[in-house]
Design a protein around this ligand. Structure first.
Ligand SMILES: Nc1ncnc2c1ncn2[C@@H]1O[C@H](COP(=O)(O)OP(=O)(O)OP(=O)(O)O)[C@@H](O)[C@H]1O
Ligand SMILES: [Mg+2]
Length: 228
């Protein structure tokens, strides 16, 4: 089990690329419904931390616990299945499939999980409406604006009702107005579903949407003084 009711807990994480450690004894915890901003200078280990927490990369040492699961003790296939079922991802440049329409992109994770096309697309449309991008449902990602594409990516991440959402610079490609809209919609939807959000960002304006801030420096995680 994770300590003190936390949903996801990492302890003593160590990960090196060559001789220099990207993570050097990093600790991290998040509760259901909590939005935690991960700040820190470029190259400090933020993305490496996020990828370890999500089971995308294996740390050299340390443990990542998610509920009753020990991610570091699972096989690749078990971790993939857990990611598909329980985690959602939003990255800097949306990463939508260019050949699919926005609607099909949002429906894709549900289709992969075995939901019938009609049901998946009906549910996808609801999420596009919620993120205020239903007018572009039939277009491909190359035919929408950066802000619209990012909102489609958020809809896709949320549509499977993940327990944890991992967002790495989710507003990085957006101007500040679109960035604030995406953050507002993302955190609102996450709070409504009690999902935890691990939010990597450089921007203090984006971090202001979090409940708590931590700072990664030299591969270690420290609690930051919260702003709000
Ligand atoms: N695949 C890799 N191969 C080699 N070194 C890597 C790799 N990924 C990350 N690193 C190194 O690990 C350290 C931490 O990288 P990481 O991507 O976690 O930083 P970050 O805090 O996310 O930076 P940024 O804010 O620029 O995205 C850096 O020194 C980086 O060069
Ligand atoms: Mg990064």
């Amino acid at each position: 089990m994770t300590p003190s009711g936390s949903l996801l807990h990492a302890g003593g994480l160590y990960k090196a690329y060559g001789a220099t450690p990207a993570l050097d004894g990093a600790e991290f915890s998040i509760h259901p419904g909590e939005v935690v901003a991960v700040l820190g200078p470029s190259g400090s280990g933020k993305s490496t931390l996020l990828h370890c927490l999500a089971g995308i990369i294996q740390p050299d040492r340390g443990t990542v616990r998610y509920g009753d699961h020990d991610l570091t003790a699972m096989t690749d296939a078990e971790r993939s299945a857990l990611r598909r079922g329980d985690f959602g991802f939003v990255f800097q440049f949306g990463q939508l499939v260019p050949e699919l329409t926005c609607l099909e992109n949002v429906a894709l994770p549900m289709r992969l999980a075995g939901t019938a096309r009609k049901a998946a697309e009906a549910h996808a449309r609801e999420w596009l409406e919620r993120l205020e991008v239903d007018p572009v449902a039939g277009r491909r990602p190359g035919e929408v604006s950066g802000g619209q594409g990012q909102r489609v990516a958020v809809a896709r991440a949320l549509a499977t009702r993940p327990r944890v959402i991992f967002a790495d610079e989710p507003t990085g490609a957006l101007d500040s107005l679109n960035g604030e809209r995406v953050m507002g919609l993302l955190t609102e939807a996450a709070r409504a579903t009690r999902a935890a959000v691990v939010l990597v960002t450089h921007e203090t304006r984006v971090a202001a949407y979090s409940d708590r801030e931590v700072v990664v420096r030299d591969g270690k995680v420290r609690e930051a003084v919260t702003t709000g």
